[in-house]
Design a protein around this ligand. Structure first.
Ligand SMILES: NC(=O)c1ccc[n+]([C@@H]2O[C@H](COP(=O)([O-])OP(=O)(O)OC[C@H]3O[C@@H](n4cnc5c(N)ncnc54)[C@H](OP(=O)(O)O)[C@@H]3O)[C@@H](O)[C@H]2O)c1
Length: 351
């Protein structure tokens, strides 16, 4: 196959915008269909001036139809809200296309859990068993053979990568975990909403969605698989007055007898030594969102506190790249047998 032809539904959203940026630099994926209801009929380069002169600029934005997708695409990225993707996926799969879905529609394994937390009936329950959770470091083999990948949520990506080593190696207890996460404002999407206005976000800081943010069951499901037991966590998201980035601070209890800080650090280093996107910082160093901006990196800092018997883990990711579009592209790479990092060699611009 010379090129992998891809479609993107939700081209005008923040996650879609980030995928447009990444696709324009991918050596073997070519954008052939770009969909939005509100902007249909416009030339993509006019809508996104940053694309001018680059691949994809001359595409005319269209209203989504399975027929167009079937005639122009091998794979479709769905960067649309929860509840929308499930209406599109069955027909796309019947048309023999592969799908990477950014929404939560296929992330939760059990329909009642989805319906309880999202307040929507699930319209494609029969596809839940075959959807693969798209975290490349954990599930690369299954992703490679999948036709439907459920791209993880942004907060869950930061949390699962941050806690994986400690849970897998049984360093921490599985109870009483508190996850305190902060996100930049693009995490809420581009739709017009008063809480996202500049004056509501700028120069202030607030928690939201407590104690039942929708990412809670996804975090519990995936951490539970790593730990090998059902888990309940306290998840508290916050909105930061910046555009992009997530920082999650996770407070856990060390198991008795606690390893030394150096031993804990070694476990983290050893766990991730073959995963170039996961950077475990030296003891005493803490991660910052600016060093992962626009990239696939997840930087992890660990703070063993033997006085309080806690292990504090701090992880940072970019919500739009690692937390959405970049991870989706990494999954698509795997689905076509390409190296997972094809087109994803970004280094963070600091300013
Ligand atoms: N933002 C993040 O950091 C982030 C991170 C991880 C995952 N996600 C997930 O990625 C998806 C997109 O998020 P986003 O932040 O980019 O949202 P967004 O900025 O609000 O954009 C949503 C996109 O979906 C389209 N859309 C909305 N309703 C639609 C419908 N009924 N049918 C077809 N298209 C529809 C919109 O375009 P039109 O209205 O013009 O059709 C728009 O292009 C969501 O499921 C979100 O949970 C986002």
């Amino acid at each position: 196959m010379e090129h992998i032809n891809v479609g993107l539904v939700g081209i005008t959203g923040y996650a879609g915008m980030e995928l447009c940026r990444l696709l324009s630099m991918h050596p073997s994926m070519r954008l052939t269909m770009a969909c939005s209801r509100a902007e249909a009929g416009k030339r993509l380069g006019n809508f996104y001036p940053f694309l001018e002169g680059l691949p994809g600029a001359d595409i005319v934005i269209s209203q989504f139809s399975t027929e167009e997708a079937a005639s122009k695409c091998d794979l479709v990225f769905l960067a649309v809200p929860a509840g929308t993707a499930m209406k599109m996926v069955p027909a796309l799969l019947r048309a023999d296309l592969k799908v990477v879905d950014f929404s939560a529609d296929f992330r939760l394994n059990h329909r009642p859990v989805f319906e309880e937390w999202y307040g929507l009936p699930h319209e494609a329950e029969s596809l839940l068993p075959e959807a693969v959770y798209g975290l490349p470091e954990l599930y690369a083999g299954q992703i490679a053979g999948a036709r439907l990948v459920a791209n993880p949520g942004c907060y869950p990506s930061s949390v699962i990568l941050g806690l994986y080593a400690a849970l897998q190696e049984h360093i921490i207890r599985t109870d009483n975990i508190i996850i305190d996460s902060k996100s930049g404002a693009t995490g809420a999407g581009r739709k017009a909403a008063v809480p996202s206005l500049f004056c509501e976000v700028s120069d202030s800081f607030r928690a939201y969605g407590l104690p039942r943010h929708r990412h809670t069951p996804e975090i519990e499901q995936e951490l539970g698989k790593i730990a090998g037991e059902a888990m309940t966590v306290q998840f508290s998201p916050h909105l930061l007055p910046m555009n992009r980035g997530i920082l999650s601070t996770m407070y856990t209890y060390l198991r008795d007898p606690a390893p030394t800080p150096e031993e804990i650090h070694e476990v983290f280093r050893e766990t991730w030594k073959k995963s170039p996107w996961i950077r475990v910082l030296p003891l005493g160093k803490l991660p910052e969102t600016r060093y992962v901006r626009g990239t696939m990196f997840c930087d992890i800092g660990i703070v063993p506190d033997l006085r309080t018997k806690r292990l504090i883990v701090i992880s940072v990711i970019d919500n739009l790249c690692r937390g959405a579009a970049g991870q989706a592209m990494a999954n698509a790479n795997l689905m076509y047998g390409l190296p997972v990092d094809t087109g994803l060699h970004e280094v963070a611009p600091l300013f």
